[in-house]
Design a protein around this ligand. Structure first.
Ligand code: HEC
Ligand code: HEC
Length: 84
């Protein structure tokens, strides 16, 4: 075997390893989305009767916990009332 052949084999091997590495390490998901899905939205501990405008309190209220995501307008899509 001459040096040229050995070099080609080494290069080919390196390429195969590189491609395999890319296939396994490439993130097939959006990390932001995964982070969101891994957390459970807290239940609404109070009645939603007469409290349909969630943001009136949770945008910048003094006592209620302020929502970290006022841009998600349909609150009850994720937050389930624990009582009616
Ligand atoms: C009149 C003000 C007011 C309105 C309107 C209101 N909330 Fe609340 N919310 C509170 C208060 C105060 C708390 C703190 C817990 C308690 O004392 O009941 C709270 C707590 C919560 C929590 C618990 C947060 C945590 O960290 O556990 C969630 C979730 C929540 N509210 C969602 C909602 C949603 C969804 C709506 C709309 C359907 C809404 N709230 C409307 C006052 C309000
Ligand atoms: C796409 C789903 C989704 C929607 C829609 C949504 N939330 Fe949330 N909410 C979550 C998740 C998940 C958490 C827990 C986040 C965390 O622990 O960082 C959360 C946390 C909260 C908390 C607790 C914050 C704290 O510090 O304790 C409040 C209050 C809240 N949301 C209010 C609201 C209000 C008000 C709306 C509507 C304007 C709303 N959410 C819409 C998913 C959602």
């Amino acid at each position: 075997m001459n040096i040229g052949k050995v070099l080609w084999i080494v290069i080919l091997l390196a390429l195969v390893l590189l491609l395999a590495g890319a296939a396994f390490s490439a993130p097939a998901w959006d990390p932001g989305r995964r982070e969101l899905e891994s957390r459970t939205p807290p239940q609404i501990p109070h009645s939603t009767e007469g409290r349909r405008d969630c943001l009136s309190c949770h945008r910048d209220g003094l006592r209620p916990p302020i929502t970290p995501h006022p841009e998600r307008v349909n609150c009850v899509q994720c937050h389930v009332p624990s009582q009616q």
